[in-house]
Design a protein. Structure first.
Length: 202
């Protein structure tokens, strides 16, 4: 069975562990550098990216995690986790930094005050079962404002949820890195975690 870490510094760690268990994988909470060893993949949960950034330094995880990501460890970031995987942030706080790797520019809290939190059924291009929309829960979510040429867009919000009116990008993949603006772990739909497990096994 796949051993998948969940970065357990802050955020909705337990929900991701439960989703992994439901799919028959072994979920491993990661708080120390040694716990990065022998993982088949890692999830960076939602929460608060500024806090995850700070705690990752305090726990000595920042550099080893960056090294693991660069050497190809599959990673999935949701919401704050998407921010942590992004190469560039807009509306970040002061000296906030990310782990990076994904050639995207994210805007924090992008949907604005009125749309702080919302839910939407969105089409996702996950390779199978893509006819059925994904019930996506957004909580003070970022969106992806720019993508590099090697990034695949997997999903956008319907345009009525996007202040630009164009349907902002909310799910992306680049090689070993997957990220969504929304929180699949709080919805009763395991397709994104299943997609990530396929990335981890191949
Ligand atoms: N707004 C948070 C941040 O900037 C993300 C919110 C979330 O993960 N639900 O990190």
């Amino acid at each position: 069975t796949a051993r998948i870490g969940v970065l357990a510094l802050q955020g909705d760690v337990r929900e991701h562990l439960q989703a992994l268990t439901s799919l028959g994988a072994t979920g491993v909470p990661v708080r120390r550098p040694e716990e990065l060893d022998q993982l088949d993949g890692i999830i960076i949960p939602g929460g608060e990216s500024t806090t995850i950034d700070k705690l990752s330094r305090i726990f000595g995880l920042r550099e080893p995690l960056i090294a693991a990501l660069r050497s190809g460890l599959p990673a999935y970031g949701s919401c704050a986790g998407m921010i942590m995987l992004a190469d560039r942030i807009l509306d970040g706080v002061d000296d906030q930094q990310t782990f990076g790797g994904l050639d995207i520019t994210v805007r924090r809290n992008a949907f604005g005050r009125q749309l702080d939190s919302f839910e939407a059924d969105i089409p996702l291009d996950l390779g199978d079962d893509h006819d059925r929309p994904f019930h996506a829960v957004f909580i003070r979510a970022p969106w992806v404002e720019k993508v590099g040429s090697t990034v695949t867009v997997l999903g956008r919000v319907p345009h009525q949820h996007d202040t630009t009116g164009e349907g902002a990008i909310v799910a992306v993949r680049q090689d070993n890195l997957l990220a969504t603006s929304f929180h699949p772990e709080v919805a009763d739909d395991l397709r994104l975690h299943a997609y990530f497990l396929r990335m981890c096994s191949g």
